[in-house]
Design a protein around this ligand. Structure first.
Ligand code: LLP
Length: 426
């Protein structure tokens, strides 16, 4: 992210974070828009340089909003959705429906019907019984008008990440197994169906992966299976999961060298099995938005338990920052204004919700003279923060702004108090 201190003040693209916090209020999620577009371009460049047919499909679950989707459209990205809500948001933003892919391990009949009528590009089939369901709901289509589908398979590769975000293994609620025959059965059923057209394979190995090895192993496993079963594909979707740097200890997935290795291995594999290059797809979410985002909070209560701990409470918490309570995720917490003498003390930064587990970070080194009314920033909060925000304790969802070289704009207004009860029957 393009944040740095200037005269002791945290800045983003020439704007003082403290001024933005005062103007828009806190908690405030601030995105560096130029950073996001430059990562999208990095993905485009590496695929272009390999001269392969490809699309980069952003996983909208990481962070979705009308303005975000408009940027994606301008950057020639495609879009993954996992619910009718994500699809609706994309359509309202004017995103071309023919560039949208519908995922999910339990698409409801309503969602399938909505997506068929809208005209999404692919359904990604996640279960055998979904085939009959989609086929039935597509019965009014003309004979020539087929629903294009990929099947989500589990390529059984080991990944090194948190259990909750690891998905490509055999024992999973997602996808179809290669070894027990479910994936092959699904393809046979699709090919026999009246309204579906089998286009290819999708897999997602898990999230926050920092190296190319699991992606390379997946290619080997998948093409071994495709060769054994004599299956042809037009599309290969390798999923998302490219890791980011939340703290100095994390290793960011190297987009350029990582995809060089993956695409080189893929080309060799295709050559060995005498196959043409399919249309390649990937689905990055977090790697586009996480490091471009930062959350600013205002400090409230400060509690010094002498000789034991110092607690600093901020004006948000697990309602806008669930990844630490849920996954034990570590973040960097930094002051928005440096103290004059730079003296720091170990501090527990906690939220204001009624849960002991509402912790943003423990043992963070922060200015010793931090006081009520100061601002703190939590870095790399651009993915799975706003999108996982809740109204627990009737907390209002935060405002979101985009900062770029050309200015600042509000993209999501702070939820208002009346909005908290707008669906309540009085
Ligand atoms: N494609 C599929 C099919 C997925 O299931 C996911 C994420 C992605 C792409 C994007 O993965 P990414 O590039 O963003 O890692 N709430 C969790 C993450 C859950 C991810 C689920 N699927 C977290 O905060 O870490």
């Amino acid at each position: 992210m393009t944040t740095e201190y200037e005269n002791g003040q945290l800045m983003m693209r020439g704007h003082k974070i403290a001024d933005l916090a005062k103007e828009y209020g806190t908690p405030l999620i601030i995105y560096d828009e130029d950073k996001m577009t430059s990562i999208m371009n990095q993905y485009h460049q590496i695929f272009k340089s390999h001269q392969v047919p490809y699309s980069i499909s952003y996983a909208s679950k990481a962070f979705s909003s009308i303005q975000m989707i408009k940027i994606l459209k301008r950057q020639e990205m495609e879009l993954d959705v996992v619910s009718v809500g994500e699809l609706y948001t994309a359509l309202e933003a004017g995103f071309p429906v023919e560039d949208i892919h519908f995922h999910g391990n339990n698409k409801t009949p309503f969602e399938i019907d909505y997506a068929i009528k809208a005209g999404v590009r692919f359904f990604i089939i996640d279960a055998i019984d979904e085939i009959g369901l989609i086929n039935e709901l597509a019965k009014d289509l003309s004979e020539t008008d087929r629903i294009n589908v990929l099947i989500r398979i589990n390529p059984s590769v080991e990944v090194n990440t948190h259990e909750y975000i690891s998905t490509g293994q055999e024992d999973s609620k997602f996808g179809l197994s290669l070894s027990n025959g479910a994936a092959k059965t699904a393809i046979d059923l699709i090919q026999q169906s009246e309204h579906l057209s089998f286009k290819g394979i999708h897999y997602h190995l898990g999230s926050q992966l920092s190296e190319s090895r699991p992606f390379i192993n997946a290619i080997t496993n998948v093409f071994t299976w495709l060769d054994e079963e004599d299956i042809n594909i037009e599309v290969l979707n390798m999923g998302g999961g490219y890791g980011v740097k939340y703290t100095q200890d994390d290793v960011r997935f190297p987009i350029e060298s990582g995809f060089d290795e993956i695409l080189t291995h893929l080309k060799e594999t295709l050559e060995a099995s005498n196959r043409p290059v399919p249309h390649l797809m990937i689905e990055p979410g977090r790697s586009i938005t996480a490091e471009a985002g930062l959350t600013v909070y205002e400090v409230g209560t400060i509690k010094n338990i002498h000789g034991i701990s110092k607690y600093v409470s901020i004006d948000g918490g697990m309602s806008d920052h669930i990844r630490t309570p849920l996954y034990g995720a570590e973040y960097e917490v930094i002051p928005v204004k440096l103290s004059d003498d730079n003296a720091q003390v170990s501090t527990h930064v906690v939220g204001k919700l009624c849960e002991s587990g509402d912790v943003i970070g423990k043992h963070k080194m922060l200015p010793h003279d931090l006081k009520r009314g100061d601002f703190l920033a939590v870095k790399s909060t651009g993915a799975y923060h706003y999108s996982m925000a809740s109204n627990y304790n009737q907390m209002q969802k935060p405002a979101v702004i985009f900062v770029s070289d050309s200015g600042v704009r509000e993209v999501i207004r702070r939820q208002s108090l009346p909005q908290l009860i707008e669906n309540d029957v009085r």
